[in-house]
Design a protein around this ligand. Structure first.
Ligand code: MG
Length: 395
């Protein structure tokens, strides 16, 4: 059963921290409880492997990560990180004295802070920190364990230590000595370097060469952490296993990422601007075409009112018949007839209809005037005839 910590297990660091990371912890195949704990609060990363039995190890490791997450400095600082680990040691001792957990409970602790190209580590016990640099995996920390002492004394080889019956004996831990101090490391890392923190549940089950291969092969840090844990379980999972993988991303990577982000933002802005311009132009064109109008001569020789423009615009036609009027084009003045025959543009349909009304009135007046003239001529002719006739008669 997997025990997922209450902290973030993967993602990208906040507030200027520039680290991609992933983590996983698992109870393994043999143990009933997972006594490992971890913190993933970039730039802070901690692995703690509790011991003490009857769940006391879990209490110790949880106090450890809780205290360190509360007391760790905001900036990458080895001395202050070491002081946080020492405070965790005192908290575990005090908790045992107050009846929390069990007397004698303890935990390992590998605490690291990684930001840009700076890495600091505070180390107690046999949980480890490794660095993958240039494809090569190097153990950064020295185990506080009987096996490490025997290997350094030339009494056994690392391979023999892996199977040694005393392989779990550690020589320094949190929880029993109030004067305990951690080993401190300060390391410069480079872009592309990869940090690994792990409990011995990984290193006891998986050889370093295999860990190196997975660290090189699996690019995503969360998938890499999961892969490493799965490998330990596949090898037997005799212990709880916890892994944190964090990628160092220095100034060059940050600058490259920021440049890429700025480029993406600029592209999106330009695209949005283009869309806005095109939409504005389309709306303006539509509004103009929808509101403008023209007069033309229809097949019956009458004035017709259209919405839109005569002919086409950029290959598209926009013309809608509003009304076929009863105004004959041929009866209008020659200049008006010619303009209408060619398509007379006006600013609106209302203006077009008003123009048609004025033509209608002009034609009506002309007709009335013509009728009046004809009537007057007829009357004059009749009157003249009578007079003439009268005159003739008078004569
Ligand atoms: Mg362990």
């Amino acid at each position: 059963m997997a025990k997922l910590n209450s902290y973030r297990s993967s993602g990208r660091a906040r507030k200027g921290a520039v680290t991609s990371f992933g983590s996983r912890t698992d109870v393994g195949c043999v143990r009933e409880q997972n006594e490992d704990s971890l913190v993933v609060q970039p730039p802070l990363f901690v692995v703690a492997d509790g011991m003490g039995g009857h769940a006391a190890g879990e209490v110790a490791s949880e106090i450890c990560v809780k205290t360190i997450s509360e007391c760790a400095p905001d900036r990458v600082d080895a001395e202050e990180l070491g002081e946080a680990v020492e405070q965790a040691n005192r908290d575990i001792i005090n908790a045992a004295l107050e009846g929390e957990g069990r007397e004698g409970m303890g935990t390992t602790c590998t605490a690291a802070m990684l930001e840009a190209n700076r890495l600091v580590i505070a180390q107690v016990g046999d949980s480890r920190a490794y660095l993958l640099h240039g494809g090569k995996l190097t153990q950064l920390t020295r185990d506080h364990s009987l096996m490490a002492n025997m290997i350094e004394a030339g009494q056994i080889t690392p391979e023999e230590a892996r199977l040694h019956p005393s392989r779990s004996v550690i020589t320094r831990a949190l929880g029993n000595d109030p004067t305990m101090t951690p080993d401190l490391y300060e390391i410069n890392v480079e872009d592309g370097d990869r940090l690994l923190l792990c409990s011995d549940g990984l290193t006891a089950m998986v050889e370093d060469s295999q860990i190196e291969s997975i660290m090189n092969r699996v690019a995503d840090p969360q998938r890499c952490a999961t892969h490493l844990v799965n490998e330990a379980i596949a090898a037997g999972g005799l212990d709880n296993v916890t892994v944190i993988v964090a990628d160092a991303e220095g100034a060059r990577t940050v600058k490259r990422r920021r440049t890429a982000l700025r480029t993406r933002v600029t592209i999106v802005f330009v695209l949005l601007l283009l869309v806005a311009i095109i939409a504005g132009a389309a709306w303006g064109g539509y509004t103009y075409l929808h509101n403008t109008a023209y007069l033309a001569k229809n097949d019956a020789g009458m004035v017709a009112v259209y919405r839109g423009v005569p002919g086409d615009v950029l290959g598209f036609t926009y013309s809608e018949l509003v009304e076929n009027t009863d105004v004959p084009v041929a009866d209008l003045s020659p200049s008006a007839a010619m303009r209408i025959s060619e398509g007379m543009r006006v600013s609106s349909v209302d203006e077009a209809m008003a123009l048609v009304d004025s033509y209608r009135e002009e034609l009506a007046q002309a007709k009335a005037s013509s009728s009046s003239t004809a009537s007057t001529s007829g009357s004059s002719a009749a009157s003249g005839g009578a007079s003439s006739e009268g005159a003739v008669a008078t004569r």
